[in-house]
Design a protein around this ligand. Structure first.
Ligand SMILES: [Zn+2]
Ligand SMILES: [Zn+2]
Length: 138
């Protein structure tokens, strides 16, 4: 199956995701939660929620166990131990799925969903046409 590959900044870790997974618009998600901001040092995270079977990771990311989560369930945050790029997160809230960081890729599909919008700064605008949630929809 054809896939698209993203890389961390130092290129020691690469992530291939099938075009099918990347083309599933409602799985392209921006998250404005504080944990995503802190781990990325950025305004928000942008992700594709992809089945593990559609993802191939080359290289050995480090895992940070994030226990300070809104759901109370721990989240595994995988990052490059060399350059620090966030690679993916895995959560019991999404069994069998990997939440891949789209900042690693050259082309970023338009998100259909924004989460934890209450964390968005007042000067930042909602993405046109994207569903807005103030937390994680149940
Ligand atoms: Zn790296
Ligand atoms: Zn988040």
């Amino acid at each position: 199956m054809s896939s698209t590959t993203g890389k961390c900044l130092c290129e020691q870790i690469s992530v291939a995701v099938t075009k099918e997974a990347l083309g599933t618009a409602d799985k392209i998600v921006v998250c404005h939660c504080k944990n995503c901001r802190q781990t990325g040092g950025s305004l928000a995270s942008i992700n594709v929620i992809a089945p593990e079977s559609s993802v191939k990771i080359t290289g050995q990311p480090k895992i940070y166990q994030d226990t300070n989560t809104d759901s109370g369930k721990p989240i595994q945050r995988a990052f490059c131990g060399n350059c620090g790029s966030p690679i993916y997160t895995a959560s019991l809230s999404f069994p069998g799925m990997l939440i891949i960081k789209l900042g690693l890729f050259d082309e970023i599909p338009k998100p259909a969903t924004e989460l934890y919008c209450k964390g968005r700064p007042t000067w930042d605008k909602a993405i046109d046409g994207a569903k807005q949630f103030d937390s994680m929809p149940k």
